[in-house]
Write a protein that binds this ligand. Sequence first.
Ligand SMILES: [Zn+2]
Length: 152
Amino acid sequence: MPRKRLDLTGKRFGRLTVLAPAEDKRLPSGETSSQWRCRCDCGRETVVARRNLRFGATTSCGRCDPRRPMNARRRDEAVSESAQRVHELPSNPFADLANAIVACAADDYRTALKEGDRRSLASLERFFHSRWYALLTSLDPDRLISRLKAEA
Ligand SMILES: [Zn+2]
């Protein structure tokens, strides 16, 4: 006995106008999904599963939908937003903090030079050559040290 189907002929879903019932689609689960032949505003015809029409999942033939590029754009925006955030980091709070730490260590080094505090000098030099320092700045540690020594 044929399943009674809701007649969607003539109904509009987004850019699609339903023309006629199409052949049922057999799903991998064994169920059948009723489909409709639709005409898109762009003139293309397409077959859409009823539930995709009803739930608004499909609102065009998919090749002209202005909403598709918008979805793609939204994804790009999300990507560029996080990329932007990453780009902002070195130039904003992190960079300021990193510069402050390096500047502070440089100040300590100047003071240690002035006071002839060899222990502080040694530990600061260790810091300047550490991975932690390399993470904070691209300033060459030996150039920094010789510059500080020249200043003293
Ligand atoms: Zn279309």
